[in-house]
Design a protein around this ligand. Structure first.
Ligand code: R5P
Length: 298
Protein backbone atom coordinates (compact mmCIF):
# COMPACT_ATOMS: atom_id res chain seq x y z
CA UNK A 1 0.00 0.00 0.00
CA UNK A 2 1.24 3.46 -0.87
CA UNK A 3 2.30 5.67 2.03
CA UNK A 4 0.32 8.83 2.84
CA UNK A 5 1.73 11.90 1.18
CA UNK A 6 2.21 15.18 3.05
CA UNK A 7 2.54 18.55 1.34
CA UNK A 8 3.46 21.60 3.40
CA UNK A 9 2.16 24.97 2.27
CA UNK A 10 4.91 27.62 2.62
CA UNK A 11 5.96 28.11 6.25
CA UNK A 12 4.79 24.65 7.34
CA UNK A 13 7.77 22.62 6.12
CA UNK A 14 9.18 21.75 9.55
CA UNK A 15 5.89 20.51 10.98
CA UNK A 16 5.04 18.52 7.82
CA UNK A 17 8.46 16.83 7.92
CA UNK A 18 8.17 15.88 11.58
CA UNK A 19 4.61 14.57 11.09
CA UNK A 20 5.68 12.50 8.10
CA UNK A 21 8.59 11.07 10.11
CA UNK A 22 6.33 10.18 13.00
CA UNK A 23 3.81 8.47 10.67
CA UNK A 24 6.29 6.85 8.29
CA UNK A 25 4.71 8.91 5.48
CA UNK A 26 6.27 10.73 2.53
CA UNK A 27 6.70 14.45 2.01
CA UNK A 28 5.91 15.55 -1.54
CA UNK A 29 7.12 18.59 -3.43
CA UNK A 30 4.63 21.32 -4.19
CA UNK A 31 6.13 23.99 -6.40
CA UNK A 32 4.57 27.35 -5.78
CA UNK A 33 5.42 30.83 -7.00
CA UNK A 34 3.81 34.05 -8.06
CA UNK A 35 3.70 35.43 -11.57
CA UNK A 36 4.83 39.05 -11.99
CA UNK A 37 1.18 40.14 -11.82
CA UNK A 38 0.78 38.49 -8.39
CA UNK A 39 -1.24 35.48 -9.54
CA UNK A 40 -0.26 32.06 -8.19
CA UNK A 41 1.45 29.18 -10.01
CA UNK A 42 1.16 25.72 -8.45
CA UNK A 43 2.55 22.37 -9.53
CA UNK A 44 2.51 19.07 -7.64
CA UNK A 45 5.48 16.88 -8.50
CA UNK A 46 4.98 13.09 -8.48
CA UNK A 47 2.03 10.77 -8.96
CA UNK A 48 -0.94 11.48 -6.69
CA UNK A 49 -3.23 8.81 -8.13
CA UNK A 50 -5.00 6.87 -5.37
CA UNK A 51 -2.86 8.51 -2.68
CA UNK A 52 -4.06 9.78 0.68
CA UNK A 53 -2.87 13.37 0.65
CA UNK A 54 -2.50 15.66 3.65
CA UNK A 55 -1.95 19.39 3.22
CA UNK A 56 -0.28 21.04 6.21
CA UNK A 57 -1.18 24.70 6.55
CA UNK A 58 -1.64 26.52 9.82
CA UNK A 59 -4.20 29.21 9.14
CA UNK A 60 -2.73 32.27 10.78
CA UNK A 61 -3.25 35.26 8.43
CA UNK A 62 -5.72 33.18 6.43
CA UNK A 63 -6.58 35.75 3.80
CA UNK A 64 -3.03 35.57 2.40
CA UNK A 65 -3.23 31.77 2.25
CA UNK A 66 -6.70 30.66 1.42
CA UNK A 67 -6.70 31.06 -2.35
CA UNK A 68 -3.46 29.02 -2.73
CA UNK A 69 -4.84 26.41 -0.37
CA UNK A 70 -8.06 26.13 -2.33
CA UNK A 71 -6.17 25.82 -5.64
CA UNK A 72 -3.93 23.17 -4.05
CA UNK A 73 -6.93 21.14 -2.84
CA UNK A 74 -8.63 21.32 -6.26
CA UNK A 75 -5.42 20.23 -7.99
CA UNK A 76 -4.91 17.28 -5.63
CA UNK A 77 -8.43 16.07 -6.41
CA UNK A 78 -7.99 16.47 -10.17
CA UNK A 79 -4.72 14.54 -9.99
CA UNK A 80 -6.59 11.51 -8.65
CA UNK A 81 -5.91 11.45 -4.90
CA UNK A 82 -8.37 9.24 -3.07
CA UNK A 83 -8.49 11.37 0.04
CA UNK A 84 -7.44 14.87 0.98
CA UNK A 85 -7.14 16.09 4.55
CA UNK A 86 -5.94 19.33 6.06
CA UNK A 87 -3.84 19.76 9.17
CA UNK A 88 -4.41 23.35 10.29
CA UNK A 89 -3.07 23.56 13.84
CA UNK A 90 -4.38 27.13 14.08
CA UNK A 91 -7.90 27.42 12.74
CA UNK A 92 -8.74 30.96 11.68
CA UNK A 93 -11.93 32.96 11.91
CA UNK A 94 -13.26 31.12 14.96
CA UNK A 95 -13.67 34.34 16.94
CA UNK A 96 -16.24 35.78 14.50
CA UNK A 97 -18.98 33.48 15.75
CA UNK A 98 -21.87 35.90 16.10
CA UNK A 99 -23.30 38.99 14.42
CA UNK A 100 -22.30 41.48 17.13
CA UNK A 101 -23.70 44.41 15.12
CA UNK A 102 -26.33 44.51 12.43
CA UNK A 103 -24.90 43.81 8.98
CA UNK A 104 -21.73 42.04 10.14
CA UNK A 105 -20.45 38.87 8.46
CA UNK A 106 -20.36 35.72 10.62
CA UNK A 107 -17.14 34.64 8.98
CA UNK A 108 -16.58 31.52 11.11
CA UNK A 109 -19.49 29.89 9.27
CA UNK A 110 -18.44 30.99 5.80
CA UNK A 111 -14.84 29.91 6.36
CA UNK A 112 -16.04 26.52 7.64
CA UNK A 113 -18.15 26.10 4.51
CA UNK A 114 -15.16 26.86 2.27
CA UNK A 115 -12.87 24.36 4.03
CA UNK A 116 -15.61 21.72 4.18
CA UNK A 117 -16.03 22.03 0.43
CA UNK A 118 -12.32 21.64 -0.29
CA UNK A 119 -11.27 18.84 2.10
CA UNK A 120 -12.40 15.41 3.31
CA UNK A 121 -11.30 15.98 6.91
CA UNK A 122 -9.72 18.60 9.12
CA UNK A 123 -7.44 18.37 12.14
CA UNK A 124 -6.74 21.35 14.36
CA UNK A 125 -5.53 22.30 17.84
CA UNK A 126 -7.70 23.94 20.52
CA UNK A 127 -10.00 25.87 18.20
CA UNK A 128 -11.49 28.98 19.80
CA UNK A 129 -14.89 27.51 20.67
CA UNK A 130 -16.81 30.17 22.51
CA UNK A 131 -20.38 30.27 21.32
CA UNK A 132 -20.17 27.00 19.36
CA UNK A 133 -19.98 23.81 21.41
CA UNK A 134 -18.08 21.92 18.73
CA UNK A 135 -16.74 22.32 15.20
CA UNK A 136 -19.56 20.06 14.00
CA UNK A 137 -21.91 23.02 14.32
CA UNK A 138 -20.23 24.72 11.36
CA UNK A 139 -18.03 22.08 9.63
CA UNK A 140 -19.75 19.43 7.51
CA UNK A 141 -16.64 17.22 7.16
CA UNK A 142 -15.17 15.03 9.93
CA UNK A 143 -13.01 17.14 12.24
CA UNK A 144 -10.69 16.21 15.06
CA UNK A 145 -9.18 18.40 17.75
CA UNK A 146 -5.90 18.05 19.60
CA UNK A 147 -6.15 19.40 23.14
CA UNK A 148 -2.86 20.92 24.18
CA UNK A 149 -3.69 21.07 27.92
CA UNK A 150 -1.69 17.92 28.88
CA UNK A 151 1.39 19.21 27.02
CA UNK A 152 1.10 22.70 28.54
CA UNK A 153 0.75 21.11 31.96
CA UNK A 154 3.79 18.90 31.37
CA UNK A 155 5.91 21.92 30.36
CA UNK A 156 4.77 24.06 33.30
CA UNK A 157 5.35 21.22 35.75
CA UNK A 158 8.86 20.60 34.46
CA UNK A 159 9.96 24.23 34.10
CA UNK A 160 8.26 26.36 36.75
CA UNK A 161 8.64 26.01 40.45
CA UNK A 162 5.50 26.82 42.44
CA UNK A 163 3.37 28.19 39.59
CA UNK A 164 0.07 30.03 39.96
CA UNK A 165 -1.93 29.72 36.74
CA UNK A 166 -3.93 32.75 35.61
CA UNK A 167 -6.59 32.72 32.89
CA UNK A 168 -7.27 36.18 31.44
CA UNK A 169 -11.01 35.86 30.91
CA UNK A 170 -14.03 33.79 31.86
CA UNK A 171 -13.86 31.81 28.58
CA UNK A 172 -10.52 30.39 29.69
CA UNK A 173 -11.86 29.05 33.02
CA UNK A 174 -12.47 25.49 31.94
CA UNK A 175 -9.19 24.76 30.25
CA UNK A 176 -7.03 26.79 32.64
CA UNK A 177 -8.71 24.79 35.40
CA UNK A 178 -7.89 21.56 33.57
CA UNK A 179 -4.23 22.54 33.08
CA UNK A 180 -3.97 23.61 36.75
CA UNK A 181 -5.36 20.28 37.89
CA UNK A 182 -2.81 18.39 35.80
CA UNK A 183 0.02 20.59 37.11
CA UNK A 184 -1.27 20.29 40.67
CA UNK A 185 -1.22 24.09 41.09
CA UNK A 186 -3.76 26.74 42.10
CA UNK A 187 -5.36 29.02 39.51
CA UNK A 188 -7.21 32.33 39.14
CA UNK A 189 -9.46 33.55 36.37
CA UNK A 190 -9.72 37.27 35.57
CA UNK A 191 -12.51 39.30 33.96
CA UNK A 192 -11.85 40.86 30.57
CA UNK A 193 -13.66 43.61 28.74
CA UNK A 194 -12.56 44.18 25.14
CA UNK A 195 -12.86 47.85 24.22
CA UNK A 196 -11.47 47.57 20.67
CA UNK A 197 -8.97 45.64 18.52
CA UNK A 198 -6.03 47.07 20.47
CA UNK A 199 -7.61 47.82 23.84
CA UNK A 200 -8.78 45.58 26.67
CA UNK A 201 -9.54 46.03 30.36
CA UNK A 202 -8.62 43.19 32.70
CA UNK A 203 -9.55 42.82 36.36
CA UNK A 204 -6.74 42.92 38.93
CA UNK A 205 -5.65 39.45 40.10
CA UNK A 206 -5.90 38.83 43.82
CA UNK A 207 -2.40 37.59 44.56
CA UNK A 208 -2.59 38.05 48.35
CA UNK A 209 -2.80 34.31 49.06
CA UNK A 210 0.06 33.41 46.69
CA UNK A 211 2.99 35.77 47.38
CA UNK A 212 5.69 33.17 46.71
CA UNK A 213 4.18 31.72 43.51
CA UNK A 214 5.30 32.47 39.94
CA UNK A 215 2.33 33.76 37.92
CA UNK A 216 1.79 31.85 34.66
CA UNK A 217 -0.57 33.65 32.28
CA UNK A 218 -2.28 31.15 29.99
CA UNK A 219 -4.27 32.02 26.88
CA UNK A 220 -5.32 30.11 23.79
CA UNK A 221 -4.48 32.95 21.38
CA UNK A 222 -2.06 35.85 21.63
CA UNK A 223 -2.67 38.28 18.80
CA UNK A 224 -2.10 41.94 19.69
CA UNK A 225 -0.94 40.70 23.14
CA UNK A 226 -2.99 43.50 24.77
CA UNK A 227 -4.69 40.87 26.96
CA UNK A 228 -1.37 39.51 28.22
CA UNK A 229 0.21 42.97 28.53
CA UNK A 230 -2.67 44.29 30.66
CA UNK A 231 -2.39 41.30 32.98
CA UNK A 232 1.41 41.63 33.17
CA UNK A 233 1.09 45.31 34.06
CA UNK A 234 -1.31 44.54 36.97
CA UNK A 235 1.17 41.99 38.28
CA UNK A 236 4.01 44.50 38.01
CA UNK A 237 2.02 47.16 39.87
CA UNK A 238 1.48 44.77 42.76
CA UNK A 239 5.18 43.77 42.72
CA UNK A 240 4.42 40.12 42.03
CA UNK A 241 7.13 37.89 40.50
CA UNK A 242 7.64 38.46 36.76
CA UNK A 243 5.11 36.22 35.00
CA UNK A 244 5.64 33.56 32.37
CA UNK A 245 3.20 33.84 29.45
CA UNK A 246 2.07 30.59 27.83
CA UNK A 247 0.01 30.54 24.63
CA UNK A 248 -1.30 27.79 22.40
CA UNK A 249 -1.43 29.94 19.26
CA UNK A 250 1.40 32.48 18.92
CA UNK A 251 -0.09 34.83 16.33
CA UNK A 252 1.76 37.94 17.53
CA UNK A 253 0.44 40.61 15.18
CA UNK A 254 2.81 43.45 14.25
CA UNK A 255 5.15 44.25 17.20
CA UNK A 256 3.09 42.32 19.77
CA UNK A 257 5.86 39.89 20.74
CA UNK A 258 8.43 42.63 21.34
CA UNK A 259 5.87 44.67 23.28
CA UNK A 260 4.99 41.71 25.49
CA UNK A 261 8.65 40.97 26.20
CA UNK A 262 9.27 44.63 27.02
CA UNK A 263 6.25 44.74 29.35
CA UNK A 264 8.10 42.87 32.12
CA UNK A 265 7.49 39.25 31.19
CA UNK A 266 9.97 36.63 32.42
CA UNK A 267 9.41 34.42 29.35
CA UNK A 268 6.94 33.79 26.54
CA UNK A 269 6.32 30.19 25.59
CA UNK A 270 4.05 28.70 22.92
CA UNK A 271 3.21 25.49 21.11
CA UNK A 272 4.31 24.99 17.50
CA UNK A 273 0.71 25.31 16.25
CA UNK A 274 2.10 28.47 14.62
CA UNK A 275 5.84 28.52 13.93
CA UNK A 276 7.39 31.25 16.12
CA UNK A 277 10.60 31.85 18.06
CA UNK A 278 8.67 31.32 21.33
CA UNK A 279 7.75 27.69 20.40
CA UNK A 280 8.81 25.31 23.19
CA UNK A 281 5.93 22.82 23.27
CA UNK A 282 5.88 20.31 20.43
CA UNK A 283 2.51 19.06 19.19
CA UNK A 284 3.91 16.57 16.65
CA UNK A 285 3.12 13.35 18.52
CA UNK A 286 -0.41 14.43 19.45
CA UNK A 287 -1.17 15.56 15.89
CA UNK A 288 0.32 12.41 14.40
CA UNK A 289 -1.86 10.18 16.60
CA UNK A 290 -5.01 11.91 15.32
CA UNK A 291 -3.86 11.93 11.68
CA UNK A 292 -3.15 8.20 11.93
CA UNK A 293 -6.75 7.62 13.05
CA UNK A 294 -8.18 9.87 10.31
CA UNK A 295 -6.14 8.20 7.57
CA UNK A 296 -7.35 4.76 8.61
CA UNK A 297 -10.98 5.74 9.09
CA UNK A 298 -11.52 7.61 5.83
C1 R5P B 1 -10.14 35.74 23.10
O1 R5P B 1 -11.13 35.60 23.74
C2 R5P B 1 -8.93 34.89 23.22
O2 R5P B 1 -9.07 33.87 24.15
C3 R5P B 1 -7.69 35.72 23.53
O3 R5P B 1 -7.78 36.18 24.86
C4 R5P B 1 -7.57 36.88 22.61
O4 R5P B 1 -7.70 36.47 21.30
C5 R5P B 1 -6.24 37.60 22.81
O5 R5P B 1 -6.17 38.63 21.91
P1 R5P B 1 -5.09 39.79 22.04
O6 R5P B 1 -3.74 39.15 22.12
O7 R5P B 1 -5.28 40.60 20.79
O8 R5P B 1 -5.43 40.58 23.28
Amino acid sequence: MKKPLFFPLPGNEELAASLARELDAEVGYLEMRHFPDGETYLRFHGDLTDRKVVLVCTLVRPDEKFLCLSYAASTVRELGAKQIGIVAPYLAYMRQDIRFMEGEAVTSRYFAALLSEAFDWLLTVDPHLHRYDSLDEIYTIPTRVVHSAPLLAEWIKAEIEKPLLIGPDSESRQWVGAVAEQVGAPYLVLEKNRLGDHAVEISVPDMASWPDRTPVLLDDIVSTARTMIEAVSHLQNMKAKAPVCVAVHAIFAEQAYQELMAAGTAAVVSTNAIAHSSNRIDLTASLAAEIGALLVKQ
